[in-house]
Design a protein around this ligand. Structure first.
Ligand code: ZN
Length: 277
């Protein structure tokens, strides 16, 4: 059980995890706190919307179920829109046995049993509604799925929770909910993989070695100009036979072209030296 994050802390955590966050006007004070409790919090719950153009619905709710219907709405393009902060109508009654597994961060999540009793899920879970029809004909774009993983990981990281604090609505509901339509064990594994890494580190920047270009260009081409240290760096995977250039934000494609041309010169030079030997 933990104290809920403030709105600012939540947005900050999501952005640190690489989530593209925006907010529906008024979301910071849009909640159901006047009806019942919000917090302490124990986990995060994943949903799919079962509809398109669902942002208005997730914000405003329906006549029989007032909004917000989650804390965050996640569009197909991966944009996370904050729709509420505080108690939200998303989790409903959570089976006690499913809740206990979350609290214990159990590696197994039992089928929800009404016989075990229920708890007020809306008090204890952050919720995200992922826009998806929930059918096999509506895949989750990679950018959307990745953003959902990051959203869940961000909240877990902020609270010091592991991936087993993440559950799907279908894993907790005693009302026969079927969302989300993807496999939750795989989703938790993806959250766990993110939590094991550094949120500031790019996924594709795991190569073994990094050398600044000025170090070797100045040796190989003492008369060359136009490449400045700090503008560009070359990362190589030593021993695996490949390498690539990582261009700093302010470097141009022209510099990369120049680098490639210089590599060709270097290759010729090496070939010529080999011939002489
Ligand atoms: Zn749901």
């Amino acid at each position: 059980m933990a104290t809920p994050l403030t709105a600012d802390a939540l947005v900050s955590a999501l952005r640190s995890e690489g989530v593209h966050v925006t907010g529906r006007s008024g979301w910071r004070t849009h909640n159901r706190n006047s009806v019942d409790a919000w917090g302490g919090v124990n986990g995060v719950m994943i949903h799919h919307t079962a509809g398109r153009d669902s942002l208005d619905l997730v914000y405003g709710g329906r006549a029989d179920l007032p909004g917000p219907l989650a804390h965050t709405h996640l569009a197909k393009d991966g944009t996370a829109t904050m729709v509420g902060h505080g108690r939200a109508n998303h989790a409903g009654r959570v089976a006690q046995n499913a809740f206990d597994a979350v609290v214990a961060e159990s590696s197994t999540h039992p089928a929800p049993s009404a016989a075990s009793g229920t708890v007020d899920g809306n008090a204890h879970f952050y919720g995200i509604e992922i826009e998806n029809l929930g059918t096999s004909g509506d895949p989750y774009p990679a950018v959307q799925y990745d953003a959902a993983v990051r959203w869940a990981a961000a909240i877990c990281r902020a609270h010091g929770w592991g991936a087993h604090s993440v559950v799907g609505h279908k894993e907790t509901s005693v009302e026969g909910k079927i969302d989300p339509s993807f496999d939750m064990d795989r989703f938790r594994a993806d959250v766990a993989a993110r939590l094991a890494g550094d949120p500031d580190e790019e996924d594709d920047m795991k190569l073994n070695d990094q050398v600044k270009i000025a170090d070797w260009v100045s040796d190989a081409f003492p008369n060359q100009e136009g490449l400045q240290d700090g503008q560009i760096s070359v990362q190589t995977a030593l021993g695996s036979g490949y390498g690539y250039a990582h261009i700093a934000a302010d470097a141009s494609k022209e510099i990369l072209a120049q680098l490639i041309a210089q590599q060709k010169v270097l290759d010729k030079l090496v070939a010529a030296l080999a011939d002489e030997g």
